[in-house]
Design a protein around this ligand. Structure first.
Ligand SMILES: Nc1ncnc2c1ncn2[C@@H]1O[C@H](COP(=O)(O)OP(=O)(O)OP(=O)(O)O)[C@@H](O)[C@H]1O
Length: 260
């Protein structure tokens, strides 16, 4: 294989992945037909209604669940991948430890992974700056707004320099204006960190605004309906939401979800 071929290899390849759960003696398809390549450094949005299997896909990628069928490959000829070390996660709730300061919360994965303390602390301070929390290093979670808590959670997800960031509705609990602001911040953080990010959302606008690519999942039946590039400039501002191109993608997703 040539180096050009290796460089073009996706970081993630999912082919026809499906997963069922057993409840009350019955099998229930949580997600099926998931086929997607994720290039290193892309931000990919997974959008769909409640119960369509978005979190299940993230859990499979995090190594928390095995797929029942299909191929799951993470890593490439040039990039090794160890789920316990190479995944950073951000959830709908920030889940900060209330007895730890921002700096101590951001340091937590570094402590768990036993990474060198001084280097990690310097990195934590850099990340706190990158997520816009300079000056709040020694504050406790109760002293932060919801948006600030999510910023700290994002810094915590980045502290061990993971190759893949999985975000499950990270801004779902924020008010609408804070969410818009965090969307802008998220684009900046993605550009500055260069990370590969999978981002789950119920919001079609958020998916189109943040995604370099977008996977649309449907419920009943739970399956991946489509996966396509969002061909908008990487350096997007909120004004892009009023453009025809943005509207075209929003309309496409509404159609896939049956809102024609
Ligand atoms: N551990 C489990 N055991 C049984 N059923 C489960 C389990 N986890 C998820 N499910 C079911 O599988 C389906 C897909 O769940 P999943 O959490 O992946 O959906 P989702 O798209 O992330 O939903 P939401 O947007 O509401 O978080 C749901 O119907 C859910 O009830």
């Amino acid at each position: 294989m040539t180096s050009a071929t290796l460089a073009a290899e996706p970081l993630i390849r999912l082919s026809n992945v499906s997963k069922s759960y057993s409840t009350g003696g019955r099998r229930f398809v949580a997600v099926s037909n998931v086929t997607m390549d994720v290039r290193e450094g892309d931000m990919v949005a997974l959008v769909g209604p409640s119960g369509c299997g978005k979190t299940t896909v993230l859990k499979i990628l995090a190594g928390l669940h095995d797929a029942d069928e299909g191929e799951v490959r993470i890593g490439s000829g040039t990039t090794t991948f160890t789920p316990g070390r190479d995944v950073g996660m951000v959830f709908q709730q920030a889940l900060l430890l209330k007895w730890r300061t921002v700096l101590e919360n951001v340091m937590l994965p570094a402590e768990i992974l036993d990474l060198p303390y001084r280097v990690s602390q310097a990195r934590a301070r850099e990340l706190i700056k990158m997520v816009g929390l300079s000056g709040f290093e020694d504050k406790y979670p109760y002293e932060l707004s919801g948006g600030m808590q999510q910023r700290a959670a994002i810094a915590r997800a980045l502290i061990h320099d993971p190759k893949l960031i999985l975000m499950d509705e990270p801004f779902g609990a924020l008010d609408a204006l804070t969410r818009e602001k965090m969307n802008l911040e998220m684009l900046r953080i993605w550009r500055e960190s260069g990370k590969t990010i999978l981002f789950v959302t119920h919001s079609i606008q958020e998916a189109v605004f943040l995604g370099a690519r977008c996977a649309v999942l449907t419920a009943g039946p739970a399956r991946m309906a489509d996966y396509f590039d969002i061909d908008l400039p990487a350096d997007r501002g909120l004004d892009i939401k009023t453009t025809d191109a943005f509207g075209h993608y929003v309309k496409r997703i509404y159609g896939l979800l049956g809102f024609d």
